[in-house]
Design a protein around this ligand. Structure first.
Ligand code: SF4
Length: 266
């Protein structure tokens, strides 16, 4: 595996790696201290708003390939945190992801995850790790819409059952490390009623809401204006829950959410 190229914007730096079989994956350095790494070549979940899953799943990354994304960059970047949030669903390559997690921890790094929570038996293992944050993609509470937005992520009912029973046992402080992500898609899941329902779930579970801004990746969806995004934020905030917004790094065209690609040619 080798580092093929790096591309910079004002905010992020995208690293393109070539694997020994010629396939390519990507990592992004952002916020001045965080490296977002990939866990798979492609993704089987197939969310229509995400470029990473647009070619399906090609294969899992090996433990070495996950770790090398960090190792090949660590001498030139001040990496303090790893976000396993790049290409792929970490739970679908759980064995290698967990081993990589412990290797990152050994290096003194903070490690967080972005996941759909599927498969749910692996989610329980993940929740039990000494992680520094897990954000779960929810995006809708309607099963039909979920099938469209996260086609192969299993049912919401199953996910919520696992979360409800697990989170009950956690202290308030530990629950603060769990976030439910809601990617706002204009005209699809942004009605006041849907947002209030989401806020209710966040409040019941005692976790954080992570309100994500859509980066244009597909003609199927329209990006919101900043004012519309603010309106949705205020609806959630009115329910007295903790709400995190997409940072400017996550909104960046280069390396922002949903923009990482398999086999990119530059
Ligand atoms: S958003 Fe995550 S789960 Fe969905 S296709 Fe992209 S990488 Fe896979």
């Amino acid at each position: 595996m080798k580092l093929l190229q790096e591309v910079r914007s004002d905010l992020n730096c995208l690293y393109l790696f070539e694997l020994s079989d010629g396939l390519r994956v990507e990592s992004v350095f952002y916020r001045g201290d965080t490296l977002c790494v990939s866990s798979q070549v492609g993704c089987a979940i197939g969310c229509p708003f995400c470029l990473s899953g647009s070619k399906g799943l090609i294969r899992n990354l090996s433990l070495e390939e996950i770790y090398l994304q960090y190792k090949l960059l660590k001498d030139k970047l001040p990496i303090k945190r790893i976000a396993i949030a790049g290409i792929g669903e970490p739970l679908m390559n759980y064995q290698n992801v967990e081993k990589a997690f412990w290797m990152f921890k050994k290096e003194g790094l903070k490690v967080s995850f972005y996941t759909t929570g599927f498969p749910t038996d692996k989610l329980l293992n993940l929740l039990n790790l000494p992680h520094n944050g897990i954000t779960l993609s929810i995006h809708t509470l309607d099963e039909k819409k979920r099938k469209y937005l996260l086609p192969h992520a299993g049912s919401l009912k199953d996910l919520l059952e696992v979360l409800e029973s697990y989170l009950k046992r956690l202290t308030k402080r530990k629950r603060k490390k769990i976030g439910l992500a809601y990617l706002l898609l204009k005209g699809i899941n942004d009605s006041e009623g849907e947002l209030l329902e989401f806020a209710k779930l966040v409040k019941t579970l005692g976790v954080n809401a992570v309100l994500l801004y859509y980066n244009p990746t597909s003609p199927k969806f329209t990006q919101m204006s900043p004012e519309e995004y603010e309106r949705c934020f205020l609806i959630l905030k009115s329910q007295n829950i903790r709400v995190t917004l997409s940072t400017r790094y996550r909104k960046d065209k280069l390396g922002g959410c949903g923009t990482l690609l398999v086999n990119r040619s530059l």
